[in-house]
Design a protein around this ligand. Structure first.
Ligand SMILES: NC(=O)c1ccc[n+]([C@@H]2O[C@H](COP(=O)([O-])OP(=O)(O)OC[C@H]3O[C@@H](n4cnc5c(N)ncnc54)[C@H](O)[C@@H]3O)[C@@H](O)[C@H]2O)c1
Length: 420
């Protein structure tokens, strides 16, 4: 590893041992390029449940090191150190971003904080891995897209299915015309919990106290109030901090569909549903049916938290063939669960076609980001797909909250209510 060399040069400068005479050439890289073998120094903002998964993934990426953790909750700051025992810790993300010896930042905070952490990370000239959904609202998504376009930083969104082999195969099948004219896509996602225990509800740890939590940083401009440990831990259940299952899960599947078919922003959205499964004080619906209009295509997504039999999946329905991705659906005969992506020809228009199964390997989404930090290439889930999938998700939620069909123009002009 090239590190601070003691003579004022930094690791961004590279050292080449000349073949003749052993001369050392120091060349300063103003473009902040890292060499192919340079260690990438990573910080994380938000080392909670997902942040821990991402740190685990990072720990398997060669030559990447966790050097800093910012988290509003002391328990999670300390727990994150098991992935980097020398990592510096902060309860304010701005102190982390002040660090000079930091190349790249993972953001895995609650949804309402993504835009702040996204924009601050780019302003600090660090590369960024930002969890999905890219932002909590449409205006924030516009602002983040503009900032990313203006910056030369590498931005990966935590839409890991964009790195899947199934997506690569689906794109290839569609580009080769094997699906024909696609007019409809159906997608669904379903889960269940023991009766009386709502999906996502987490117990509040005893040490989740005002003393151990930077509550002001969590609120980040939301109306001030007394510390509420339940909302701090269970932010997903409340509109003020969350977009419910649409921003938690639909966004993954919608990004996959939009990428496979290269879809623009939806022209309009409808969404019905409600809090039907468990009346536990949550605001965001647990039962959902979304319809999104695209040019000559309708995409639907349904979700329930009271039945898990059919797992999740997408059906891309074309005149010449069907692309089916299913995961966790229960096979009627064997009872086994499986994840598989297949192509089936529509014999009426593709008489000679045969069925295919996707066999391209998945890429590691985290490793793809770190590779791009070094190569400066565009990662598998760049800001554009983060943006398009975020807009689709927010249009659906707006339609639900306004109880009407919402066009893209209406959605862009809407004032989003913070509370329900
Ligand atoms: N890509 C995926 O498959 C996937 C899976 C799960 C979650 N997620 C996303 O990851 C994000 C986090 O979800 P989670 O389940 O880990 O939530 P979490 O509540 O477990 O973790 C959030 C962390 O952020 C910290 N935090 C809160 N305010 C902060 C602030 N101002 N500064 C720094 N840290 C702060 C909290 O203390 C906590 O440690 C969400 O956006 C969620 O949608 C993505």
């Amino acid at each position: 590893m090239l590190n601070n060399s003691g003579n004022g040069s930094t690791r961004r400068e590279f050292v080449k041992q000349a073949a003749l005479g052993g001369a050392v050439i120091l060349a300063s890289s103003t473009a902040k390029a890292l060499g192919a073998n340079d260690r990438v120094r990573v910080g994380i903002i938000g080392a909670g449940a997902r942040g821990t998964d991402l740190l685990q993934q990072l720990s398997h990426v060669p030559n990447a090191e966790l050097v800093a953790i910012a988290d509003a909750y002391s328990r999670n700051r300390e727990a994150g150190k098991r992935f980097g025992d020398r990592a510096q810790t902060f309860d304010d993300h701005r102190r982390l971003l002040d660090l000079k010896d930091l190349d790249a930042v993972i953001v895995a905070t609650p949804l309402h904080l993504h835009a702040q952490h996204f924009l601050d990370t780019l302003a600090a000239e660090k590369d960024l891995y930002c969890e999905k959904t890219m932002t909590w609202s449409i205006p924030e998504a516009e602002e983040c897209l503009a900032a990313a376009k203006k910056s030369d930083r590498v931005v990966q969104i935590g839409l890991q299915h964009e790195s899947s082999g199934a997506l690569a195969d689906a794109k290839k099948w569609i580009a080769e015309g094997m699906a024909g004219k696609v007019t409809q896509v159906n997608a669904w996602m379903s889960r269940n919990t023991p009766r009386g225990k709502g999906q996502w509800v987490r117990p509040v740890p005893a040490d989740c106290t005002e003393h151990n939590v930077n509550w002001k940083a969590f609120l980040n401009g939301r109306p001030e109030r007394e510390f509420d440990p339940y909302k701090f831990i269970n932010w997903r259940l409340f509109w003020e901090f969350s977009g419910g299952n649409v921003t938690e899960n639909m966004v993954h599947q919608m990004a996959w569909i939009m990428s496979a078919l290269d879809l623009p922003l939806p022209s309009s959205a409808y969404m019905s549903g409600g809090v039907f499964s468990e009346k536990d004080g949550r605001e965001v619906p647990d039962t959902i049916a979304v319809t999104l209009d695209f040019p000559e295509m309708v995409v639907t997504w349904e979700s329930t938290f009271s039945n898990s039999r059919y797992g999740l999946g997408e059906h891309i329905l074309g005149s010449d063939g069907t692309i089916e991705h299913v995961a966790g659906a229960t096979d009627m005969v064997s009872g086994r669960s499986e994840e598989i992506t297949r192509y089936f020809p529509e014999k009426i228009n593709r008489a000679g076609g045969s069925a295919l199964t996707s066999n391209t390997k998945d890429q590691d989404h985290m490793a793809n980001w770190i590779d791009c930090v070094r190569s400066r290439k565009s990662p598998n889930a760049p800001v554009e797909i983060g943006y398009r999938s975020a807009i689709a998700a927010h249009m659906a939620n707006l339609a639900y909250r306004q109880k009407q069909r919402v066009t893209l123009e209406m959605a862009r002009a809407a004032q989003v209510p913070i509370a329900s």
